[in-house]
Design a protein around this ligand. Structure first.
Ligand code: PMP
Length: 294
């Protein structure tokens, strides 16, 4: 197993400076740790180039705003922090984790005076799912945990608190020998996986659930653009779980997951085929050639 995340060499960008990795700590009485007041991003570096850096930094700012706090840095400074830490860590292909959180000035539900912190770490992370699981298509099981309604939380934010249900769902799926869980939303409609969006090839068209109560992933948006550029009709709509049986191919998209073929959801099986292959190649091309990025 790789070294634990608190026991690695190098530096982490923390509140404006590069600090030694092992000693970049927060106090145990940090608001974010008790009340989930933190937001984060996941960004990939391909061949030394950070893919969609500005979009990720903007989403971090947006998530913070949704959580009712303001990051005390500009979007340009967040971009620069990512670039500085990638350079310092000499990462060519990797994953950047920028995150912002409420500090330890106040412990209690109210946190009006809390200071907002920002940190950025980066590490090498080749594939989110194991290459073996990915080649066959990952196995998924529908979880009982549902994506909450927009009235019950900041559902469009990449906010740490929302991942509580994702970890519960993912652990339940792993206990059944699966790699991920299919999450329905509060209405019982197909939503997404625990950290990736979902797409289906239904009769040659690319169907994906309307992102009205979960993250409208940047990869999701890229894939929709790539599909349209290939003349594939993209259908964003509400999808009922009983419609999944009509899909011939299913795949997940996400910054970490990239395009991951799905081989099984509950009792249904799928074989990755031409649409998955084509979009995977196109996605590889845009991530490695940022000038052509959709
Ligand atoms: N949904 C969830 C819950 C996620 O955590 C992610 C990963 N950020 C996604 C979807 C995909 O988003 P993106 O393509 O922007 O990485």
């Amino acid at each position: 197993m790789a070294a634990a995340f608190d026991d690695r060499d190098g530096v982490i960008w923390f509140d404006g400076a590069l600090k030694d990795w092992r000693s970049t700590n927060v106090h145990v009485l940090t608001h974010a740790l008790h009340y989930g007041s933190s937001v984060f991003e996941g960004v990939r570096v391909y061949g030394g180039h950070v893919f969609k850096l500005r979009e990720h930094s903007l989403r971090l700012m947006f998530s913070a705003e949704q959580m009712g706090f303001e990051i005390p840095y500009t979007v340009e400074q967040i971009d620069q922090a990512c670039l500085d830490v990638v350079k310092a860590q000499k990462i060519v292909d990797g994953y950047i984790r920028p995150f912002a959180w409420r500090g330890s000035e106040m412990i209690g539900v109210s946190a009006q005076q809390s200071k907002i912190h920002l940190a950025v770490a980066v590490w090498e992370w080749p594939s989110y799912y194991s290459p073996e699981a990915r080649a066959k298509g990952i196995r998924m099981v529908t979880t009982k945990w549902r994506r909450p309604s927009p009235e019950s939380g900041p559902v469009k934010a990449k906010a740490a608190g929302l991942y509580m249900i994702c970890t519960l769902a993912k652990h339940a799926a792993e206990a059944e020998g699966c790699q991920d869980a299919l999450m329905l939303d509060y209405r019982g409609l197909v939503a997404e996986a625990t950290s990736a969006n979902i797409f289906m090839n239904i009769e040659g068209k690319l169907h994906t659930p309307t992102a009205d109560c979960f993250l409208n992933g940047l990869t999701r948006q890229t894939i929709m653009g790539l599909a349209k550029a290939r003349g594939i009709e993209v259908v964003e709509r509400f999808i009922k779980p009983e419609e999944i049986k009509n899909a011939s191919e299913v795949f997940l998209t996400g910054t970490a997951a990239e395009i991951t073929p799905v081989g099984q959801i509950d009792d249904l099986t799928f074989v990755p085929a031409s649409m998955t292959d084509l979009l995977t190649k196109d996605y590889e091309a845009v991530t490695r050639n940022h000038k052509a990025a959709a």
